[in-house]
Write a protein that binds this ligand. Structure first.
Ligand SMILES: Nc1ncnc2c1ncn2[C@@H]1O[C@H](COP(=O)(O)OP(=O)(O)O)[C@@H](O)[C@H]1O
Ligand SMILES: [Mg+2]
Length: 1013
């Protein structure tokens, strides 16, 4: 596998131009395929039953994780093959890949790429892959057949790749259930382990089974797989199978199946005792002649295996030695190149090795594989040191001549052949290759190896093409991207201490400051940035000086020392201007904007606008994006929706132009576009933007965009709303912001449908998600959830009061009070987060206070009026909803004129927005309160978009009539009645008659027609 993956790709790329230099290889490969027979399956009944159940559950849409553990040779692969068989018989799709014997050599996603290789052959699957690659450019570089999307900027991260892979699996599983088998995880690279952890944690929907195997005898105390396994076994949907050795009877059955007949009892006994029930060992003992009195068998398994190899001819042994150095799988061209033998010899050796069951051939990849890893290990272990070095060197020579994609293997072979110079150069290249597929942990490990080789090579900087301090800083950046902030800090600290000149040291300290800050070591971060300032002379003015002073200013902002920060910003600004660096100037202006935002948001906005113009002029995309986003956000926060909307539009356009559609920035600006349009009531445009998000591939990135637009679908009672909600609920746990949004929309939908229990549990989830965000500036996010929660509790209190249910009333009151406290506390905290001026904070507070009076049964028109005003900056739907409650409160208070005015205004807005549930609610209020909405009867007669006939059907349905009874009552056929029922369920967005009845009651649709006027 090791050599297999890259070289099959390299080979197929060059096949078209150059003739394959081994005319007989294809014949050898094809001729040998399928020659290794497999005897019947033995035992494992309990395991198979558990696997069947897992497949069953997965087939029903509940994703499964299966762990198969056991010693080498005990039967993990065989069991997984049986699983694959059973899965295929159920019509499932099986994808499998394996890790390599040589261990983690730092090739990211090796088994995953292997498993997904065949997908690109099917056009529809290729489309799915391409769709996923759209939201995760790193994925395109990993998989064959996809044009890698070109993207600028570095705010793409590994999570996107993991998430896109998850989306591919879930997307595939919509066609048929998918089983992903990853073998020998104890040898996996970090990126693959990350993927397994990610899938286990985040797969919530989709007919997907992830089955992995690992050798339990390999897992020493500090093995990197251990923490992952510890986490996995705690998850509910994980099935862990520890394979036991065969019993004596099972060994007998196994051996007899191979031998093709009964064996003497003492031979079976001897083999069972020697092999301790390990089927692979038992097979090998049988092949080596165990039990035959004339054959003296060596003591250990390795020796038994070698004894078998020794029995082969010299050409076969030579082939095996060469193959063993490559790893488990070796492509024909590489094997032939390293063996350096006449083709006839090679062919004879290969045929013999395959015939003896030591190698197997795979015509599809043009490669050979050891039947079992233990065979490869035994042959490799038996090589003489000199021979081993010579063969590794030969591989290194061949690989060095191959174009791209193989640096990690090259480094491995160089190291093993003591070629430190080659290893250093290859390690630096391997790091670049890992960075390109967004696998920072792999990059870090190559860079650390390069650093370790540094002292042992002459002229290392020339070999590596980079100096040691820069290499260390690059390693620090990789560590930071891999989430290892402490390691990043210690690497950057090392770079700072060993820097060649003050300028380099200043840069290193500046980086150190950032990593320390990310590691939560705020004071040390400030010290590091102060050192950077000390090292960069103020005169003559330089870009460096501008940069380090800007950096300390930013650190001070983060430490909430705004006055000190402002002073440094002034200096940084002067330095940037004197040095003529517009990009640095723009960066400082943005930082100044962040400071001003607290006390003078209008000024902050001016600064962000200036920063943006400056950055655009200097062509600094990253700074421009930051300034633009901040500009939009501060506008939104001030309630200047027109300006905010324009900025978000600009940002989205800029992102798209630079291939950053699905970068964090691209997602944020798109969310901003949707958020502003939701507020201003430009809902058709929201739906248009939403329609552009691919539905097939629900990556987290796409989900974050969809979640922002969902409010429109819910408010319009679109049938797509519950569908999208269900899709998004499948991602629960992956991102707290997403969970919070989904919870609030779910609560609103359930509220309109009259299902208050569902609404309450959604609110509970939303609050938990908001708590999970935790970041200081985000504490306010919970207030939005709490405000919506208050509406639910107020509804509940109203129902309890009407039903005389004192216990529920008390409970709703207590819950409401807690929610109100939360909204109030968050509003008090707003100034500390620089949001003293925030219109949304004010609106939420005002509405929560109004809902609280409604909850207590004395809905206060003054409070509702205040809420209407608080939302009047342009949040049209919130205004209309508050006007509805205002009208209701006024009607109760007997102020019919004012009530009518409020209801009319709200109804007009709801009609314009096509907010059907709100519209119906207002019409119901008008009927109950005898308010004249000022619209013709025609409009009033079709609440919730129902025809008069459907309305009649609904009213009978509410009374609990069956279709037959409805038909009789209305003088129509039962079939027609059932069509009416189906249509009205769809229009109400509900799934059952019970829900429809609850909804009808809630919307006031159930009164007999006579009472309508
Ligand atoms: N349940 C079984 N029935 C028949 N043969 C088995 C069974 N389990 C293992 N074997 C055989 O034993 C050998 C080693 O099994 P394998 O699955 O490759 O072990 P592992 O993957 O655990 O190292 C193979 O030749 C395999 O066919
Ligand atoms: Mg195996």
């Amino acid at each position: 596998m090791l050599a297999g993956f890259c070289h099959t790709r390299a080979a197929s790329a060059s096949d078209a131009s150059a003739p394959f230099p081994f005319p007989r290889a294809a014949a050898i490969l094809a001729g040998m395929a399928g020659e290794s027979r497999q005897a019947g399956f033995v035992g494992r009944a309990v395991e198979l039953r558990r696997l069947d159940l897992a497949l069953e559950r997965a087939g029903q849409g509940s994703p499964q994780v299966v762990l198969v553990a056991g010693d080498a040779g005990v039967g993990k692969t065989r069991l997984l093959l049986a699983l694959a068989d059973r899965a295929r018989r159920r019509g499932m799709r099986v994808l499998s890949g394996g890790c390599v014997e040589l261990g983690d050599i730092g090739l990211p996603y090796l088994p995953v790429v292997d498993a997904l290789r065949e997908l690109a052959d099917d056009p529809e699957e290729a489309r799915l892959l391409a769709g996923a690659a759209l939201t995760a450019p790193g994925l395109g570089r990993l998989l064959p057949g996809i044009e890698p999307a070109e993207a600028a900027g570095d705010d793409l991260d590994q999570l996107q790749v993991l998430d896109a892979l998850r989306a591919v699996l879930v997307g595939l599983s919509e066609r048929s259930p998918v089983v992903l088998v990853l073998e020998d995880l104890h040898w996996a690279d970090r990126a693959t382990r990350d993927l397994v952890a990610f899938l286990a944690r985040t797969l919530r929907s989709g007919r997907v089974t992830l089955a992995v195997s690992y050798r339990s005898d390999e897992l020493h105390r500090r093995h990197p797989l251990r923490p992952l396994l510890a986490e996995l076994v705690r998850l509910a949907a994980v099935e862990r199978l520890e394979l036991a050795p065969f019993t004596r009877a099972e060994v007998a059955e196994h051996l007899e199946a191979i031998a093709g007949g009964p064996l003497p009892a003492d031979q079976v006994e001897a083999i069972h005792a020697r092999s301790e029930g390990n089927p692979f060992y038992a097979e090998q003992l049988l092949a080596a002649g165990a039990g035959d009195a004339h054959v003296e068998l060596p003591a250990t398994l390795a020796e038994v295996l070698l004894a078998r190899v020794q029995g082969l001819s010299e050409p076969a042994r030579q082939v095996l030695r060469v193959a063993a150095v490559a790893g488990r799988r070796v492509p024909h061209r590489l094997l032939a190149g390293v063996a350096g033998r006449p083709e006839a010899d090679l062919e004879q050796g290969l045929r013999e090795a395959v015939g003896a069951g030591v190698l197997t051939s795979d015509a599809a990849t043009g490669s050979y594989t050891f039947r079992h890893a233990l065979l490869q290990e035994a042959v490799y272990g038996d090589l003489l040191p000199g021979e081993r070095v010579r063969l590794h060197a030969a591989y290194a020579r061949l690989l060095a001549a191959e174009p791209g994609g193989a640096a990690a293997e090259l480094a491995h072979h160089c190291l093993a052949s003591h070629d430190l110079v080659g290893a250093l150069a290859a390690s630096v290249r391997a790091a670049s290759e890992a960075e390109a597929v967004l696998a920072p942990a792999e990059a870090l490990r190559h860079l650390q190896r390069a650093l370790a080789l540094w002292e042992r090579v002459a002229e290392p900087a020339t070999v590596a093409g980079i100096d040691r301090v820069e290499l260390t800083l690059r390693a620090a950046a990789a560590a930071s991207a891999a989430g290892e902030q402490q390691r990043a800090a210690s690497l950057a600290g090392d770079a700072a201490r060993t820097a060649g000149d003050p300028a380099q040291a200043a840069r290193a300290y500046e980086r150190l400051g950032r990593y320390l800050f990310d590691a939560g070591r705020i004071e040390e971060a400030l010290d590091a940035r102060a050192k950077a300032v000390e090292l960069a002379p103020a005169q003559p003015p330089s870009r460096l000086r501008a940069r380090v002073t800007a950096a300390i200013a930013q650190a001070l902002v983060n430490a909430r020392r705004r006055d000190d920060a402002r002073r440094w910003c002034d200096e940084a600004l002067a330095a940037a201007r004197a040095a003529g660096s517009a990009a640095d100037e723009a960066d400082v202006l943005s930082t100044l904007g962040m400071i001003e935002q607290y006390d003078d948001p209008a000024n902050a906005r001016t600064l962000f606008a200036a920063a943006r113009a400056e950055a655009a002029g200097a062509g600094d995309l990253e700074v421009e994006l930051r300034a633009l986003y901040n500009h939009a956000e501060v506008g939104r926060s001030m309630g200047d929706l027109a300006s905010a909307g324009a900025s978000f539009d600009d940002g989205a356009e800029l992102a798209e132009r630079n291939g950053l559609d699905w970068s964090r920035f691209g997602i944020f600006t798109r969310r901003g576009q949707l958020a502003v349009r939701y507020l201003t009531g430009d809902w058709d445009e929201c739906e248009r933007l939403l329609a552009a998000v691919p539905e097939l591939v629900t990556t987290l990135a796409a989900a974050q965009v969809v979640a922002q637009g969902l409010g429109v679908l819910v408010a319009r009672a679109r049938p797509a709303a519950p569908v999208r909600l269900r899709q998004l609920a499948g991602l629960a746990g992956a991102d707290p912001f997403l969970d919070r949004d989904v919870a609030v929309w779910e609560a609103e939908l359930a509220g309109w449908q009259g299902d208050l229990d569902r609404a309450r549990s959604a609110i509970r989830r939303g609050l938990a998600a908001a708590d999970a965000v935790g970041h200081f500036d985000q504490v306010l996010e919970g207030a939005w959830v709490a405000m919506n929660g208050l509406s639910v509790e107020a509804d509940r209190a109203g129902q309890a009061r009407a039903a005389g249910d004192a216990a529920t009333l008390a409970d709703a009151t207590a819950a409401g009070r807690a929610l109100l406290e939360r909204v109030r506390a968050d509003a008090e905290r707003a100034p500390r987060a620089g949001l003293a001026h925030d219109v949304h904070v004010r609106g939420r507070r005002a509405k929560a206070e109004a809902e609280w009076t409604r909850l207590q049964g004395r809905s206060d028109p003054a409070r509702w009026q205040a809420a209407v005003e608080a939302f009047s900056y342009g949040n049209v739907y919130a205004v209309a909803r508050c006007q509805w409650r205002l009208a209701e409160a006024l009607a109760v208070a007997g102020d019919r004129d004012q009530a009518t005015a409020a209801a009319r205004a709200a109804h007009a807005t709801a009609t314009r927005l096509e907010a059907a549930p709100l519209q119906s609610a207002l019409e119901a209020l008008a009927r109950r309160g005898r308010l004249d909405l000022g619209v013709g009867r025609a409009a009033q007669r079709t609440p919730a978009g129902l025809t008069p006939r459907e309305l009649e059907v609904l009213r009978l349905l509410v009374e609990g009539r069956s279709n037959r009874q409805i038909a009789e009552q209305l003088f129509i056929s039962a079939k027609t009645a059932s069509v009416h029922v189906t249509n009205l369920l769809a229009k109400l967005g509900v799934h059952s008659r019970l829900e429809a009845a609850a909804m009808a009651r809630r919307l006031g649709l159930e009164q007999p027609a006579g009472l309508e006027r």
